[in-house]
Design a protein around this ligand. Sequence first.
Ligand code: BG6
Length: 469
Amino acid sequence: PIERQAFPDDFLWGGAIAANQAEGAWNEGGKGPAISDVIRNGIVGGQFDGEVVEGHYYASHEAIDFYHRYKEDIALFAEAGLKCFRTSIAWSRIYPNGDDEVPNEKGLQFYDDLFDELLKYGIEPVITISHFEIPLHLITAYGGWKNRKLIDFYTRYVETILTRYKDKIKYWMNFNEINHFHTIPLAAGGILIEDEETKLQTIYQASHHVFVASAKAAKLCHDIIPDGMMGAMLSLSPIYPHTCHPDDIFESYQLRRRSLFYSDVMIRGVYPSYVKRIWHEHGIEVEMEEGDLSFIKEHTVDYLGFSYYRSSTHQAGMPILGNTGGIIGKDNPYLEKTEWGWPIDPQGLRYVCNELYDRYNIPLFIVENGFGGKDEFNANGEIEDSDRIEYIQKHLIKINEAIMDGCEIIGYTWWGPIDIVSAGTGEMEKRYGFIHVDKDNRGKGTLNRTKKKSFQWYKQVIESNGKSI
Ligand code: BG6
């Protein structure tokens, strides 16, 4: 192990999941259907059925049954030494239809019990308020975030959970990967794009609603929880120019702005000047109510959470308006890839931390990073996931460098500390965990949990506070 020094004493070492990818129990305890319950083959890009169709397999319905097994799983997280644990609250457990007047007590009680179990071991819960699991009714009856009414429904939900859990939760995030509005409007915003012609108008209008909602959530957090922190959460894997051709450089810069647009508004509290040209050239007119802009300005977020898995490269001329980065891009000859074709780029994480801290100067929280791959049991019945360890190790070394560069980074949550359903494809066999779950892509398996080699490795990283990566 390499001796390193620079992680702060209170660094939040953790793990992260999302309710819809882990809990299962999709219709138990009074929960209403969420968008994730009616999509097959991955909430991100799969088939939206609009309702549960008999005979179809929906991975979220059982997932890894975290709803019933969380005590066993949290005991394992505690054994690994996690200091924090990020999960989301499934909105439709609290408001089954999204527009209900009264919250569902059973849903509220479930999260009380879950958070108590974490706190029992001294694990700090970190909560995403909306992670690709909008109540289905808000999509079918209102059209998702393109409808301004969503602001009120979301605000009611946020007020309910902040009030209920104010003594248990300090770290909140308003929306998961909200910059994915452009690439995956359905999962991120509950928006079905029927007309490509008006897509951008719809996306920017819906984004405005989200900005008002973000400001409401920040205000509620600051009013209700004096030491609470409301964060934004974006997918911020970097975009490199394909060559040093000035057009590649400038277009990559513009493409990056499609993502940073969301953090620019939520953190700085103002619409950036570059968006005016985009709106003008595409004939976009965003409807705003009086007071929206001053409200957004007054109530900004406290920290920036982000996911980082890979980098992508952009060449001038590739379509940019519909995309915010991610897998799209030219092949980068300098990087190896995972089995799922994701370029492995630890240095890119250091780059992004520096880019973001220079731009915003507020705390950063790396709330998703990890290695999705297949796992095999060896002859001794063990999983030696050395490739996963190597991936995390290299990324942690670069986080350490970023901290030494001067970035304020408050924590790191390993995506999928326990194997969960993939958001991209709905597979179980794209595994991220240091804990294996016996379940396959068709939903078969005992659901038994087994520690992988990476479990011990991460445990000693946390024990040494990152000195021994
Ligand atoms: C992020 C999402 O985009 O990437 C997670 O916030 C998701 O929900 C993660 O699971 C990894 O992607 P995938 O497709 O491998 O599950």
